[in-house]
Design a protein around this ligand. Sequence first.
Ligand code: THU
Length: 157
Amino acid sequence: MTEKTLTINYKEYATIDALSDADKELMHRAISAADGAYAPYSRFHVGAALRLADGSVVTGNNQENAAFPSGLCAERTAIFAASAQRPDMRDYTALAIVGRNAAGELCEASPCGACRQVLLEYERLQGHPLRVLCLLQEGRVRETGSVADLMPFSFSL
Ligand code: THU
């Protein structure tokens, strides 16, 4: 038996304003996108904004349904929309994610396991890292350099 340790490096910013101009804009696009969520059951609104390699942005938000498993998270809504609308540009540089709770306050949101799996497949397809920016408590932001960092020992065919 060998005991091994896994480490990930990530960055944390004290505020959205501490980000680069492009990432700041992406976070604000995610915040706006959260307003369009359809989340009458959880009342937890999530916004995601995906930057494509040509600089354009595709947004998504969570879409719920009375038949609960039929809904979809913001991150997958965004990347599926991007892949569907721009099959010529399946090349993504950054994804920003924010939450808005039932009280209307911005809050932490981190991609669920299913979204990580989906994001990872597109990251592998493009052959270079997709950075992930998550809003944290107190307006801080966590940046991970790739989806692979968020999904160790992942499944692939
Ligand atoms: N949700 C997302 O959209 N993204 C996440 O990263 C986590 C959870 C949604 C799913 C559901 O509509 C609501 O948040 C509560 O789980």
